[in-house]
Write a protein that binds this ligand. Structure first.
Ligand code: GDP
Ligand code: MG
Length: 443
């Protein structure tokens, strides 16, 4: 008997009742038969062959494309750079030290990473014929990025769960592990509560317990999305979308802007960057480098310490004239003076509302995952100041605190929109709770 599961406080028949289809899906998912394994292998092989033949076809085009200089970006850089900065040594140094991004991955190998990524894609109902090398590469990076968190959390978690049906002591150990991964008290309580409710109803074999835990985590991560106006964060063409990137210094705002610009351009959208972090000259230089690398025009003001709202005003005018789809706004992240920060962000919002009343505005908080719970405290300031609508989680690659994603969803009630897992231009992609949880638990 597993009476230790029956904690009266956790006994809530409503939330207990598992969704019938879901519980079926769970058991299907966990009983991996030999034939399923070989099916997966075939899926992976087909995907691999397809990607290889695609690469064969595109290599020549890519090479031809590379011979042409990125005209727009060079022009805009020359136009927008003040004369004194055009031959800036600093700029040259920054350029030299910029991270190499081209062909960083090399050729895809049919290795363990590939098979794992293929599995995650196949489980989402994808066809082996339509998946791209990029998706595989990203999943690989995400998996590696969450490696530190996973090693700390999941291996121990599996050891606990693997000992047999969960008892109260084991649940206590899971709780500690979640807190250590910076899942936060609120989200941990929620997760543990859900687990316990389920365990009161039935004893779960280890594999099913893990699958059920994954369901809880996915639901938790997906919840805040439904509360946002722009649920899918889709970009409407022929319409101006303005994304404000906020966050403390060093969180990764400027880098994220560069990666987002690249992603948007690559996906066929027109994009522009407003260099509204006018506090430091170096910040404007840095954003211009990202503009050049992603082939995106950068609107900046000549002088130092100029009014960021004025830059945003000019950028909106330029974006409207060019019928740009996405305008990314880089902002300053000084936190020393909350009042100034709030005033600055409010002024920027005011300009946007006045100059582009029909634009779809997103206010994204850039959060450094390595900072963990401290980041959440900083976030609360921005929550007040910037009418946040979502979060970009950066530096997952260097963090053992990937669990912060769950705390963000639970405590801030904000959807995670993108995750960054490296300093390169390709190292940021839209967030998928499914893939995140797979990389966290089953990587
Ligand atoms: N490892 C890693 N480093 C990142 C990531 N995103 C940004 N960085 C680094 O974090 C530092 C600060 O980034 P920056 O964009 O200048 O931050 P900002 O002050 O918020 O604009 C830079 O050295 C970036 O290369 C990431 O996802 N992974
Ligand atoms: Mg910056």
């Amino acid at each position: 008997m597993f009476n230790w599961f029956r904690r009266p406080s956790a006994h809530n028949p409503q939330s207990l009742a598992p969704q019938p289809q879901k519980s079926e899906a769970v058991s299907e998912e966990t009983q991996v038969t030999e034939s399923e394994k070989s099916e997966l292998l075939n899926w992976a092989k087909t995907a691999y062959q397809n990607i290889q033949s695609d690469e064969g076809e595109t290599t020549e085009e890519e090479l031809e494309g590379e011979e042409q200089p990125p005209e727009t970006s060079l022009e805009t850089e020359a136009e927008t750079l003040p004369a004194w900065m055009r031959k800036s040594e600093r700029l040259e140094v920054l350029k030299e030290t910029a991270i190499e991004t081209t062909l960083e991955e090399g050729k895809l190998a049919f290795d363990e990473d590939f098979v794992w990524s293929a599995k995650v894609l196949a489980e989402q109902g994808r066809s082996a014929k339509e998946v791209s090398a990029e998706e595989i590469n990203w999943l690989k990076r995400l998996r590696q990025g969450l490696g530190k968190t996973r090693r700390g959390l999941v291996n121990q978690l599996k050891a606990i769960v693997g000992q047999g049906p969960l008892n109260q002591e084991a649940v206590g150990e899971i709780e500690t592990l979640l807190l250590q991964a910076d899942v936060g008290v609120e989200a941990t309580d929620y997760i543990i509560g859900k687990l316990q409710s389920k365990l009161v109803a039935e004893a779960l074999p280890p594999e099913e317990a893990i699958a059920y835990l994954k369901n809880i985590l996915r639901e938790l991560l997906d919840q805040p999305q439904g509360k946002q106006e722009n649920q899918a964060l889709s970009l409407e063409e022929d319409h101006l979308n303005i994304w404000l990137l906020t966050g403390v210094n060093g969180a990764g705002k400027t880098t994220t802007i560069g990666k987002l610009a690249h992603l948007a351009v690559k996906s066929g959208y027109s994009c522009m960057i407003a260099a509204a972090d006018t506090f430091r000259a170096a910040a404007v230089e840095q954003v211009k480098i990202w503009g050049a690398r992603s082939g995106t025009p950068v609107i900046a003001n000549q002088g130092q310490n100029t009014d960021p709202a004025a830059v945003v005003f000019d950028a909106i005018a330029a974006a409207q004239a060019k019928k740009t789809t996405l305008l990314l706004v880089d902002t300053a992240g000084r936190l020393q003076n909350k009042k100034n920060l709030m005033a600055e962000l409010a002024k920027i919002r005011g300009i946007i509302d006045k100059k582009a009343p029909n634009a779809t505005v997103e206010s994204l908080l850039v959060l450094d995952a390595t900072v963990g719970q401290n980041g959440l405290r900083q976030a609360e300031v921005f929550l007040e100041a910037a009418k946040l609508s979502g979060v970009v989680l950066t530096k997952l690659d260097g963090s053992a605190k990937g669990g912060i994603a769950l705390a963000v969803a639970q405590q801030l009630n904000l959807p995670i929109r993108f995750v960054g897992a490296g300093e390169g231009i390709e190292d940021l992609r839209p967030f998928s709770s499914y893939e995140f949880v797979e990389a966290l638990i089953n990587g």
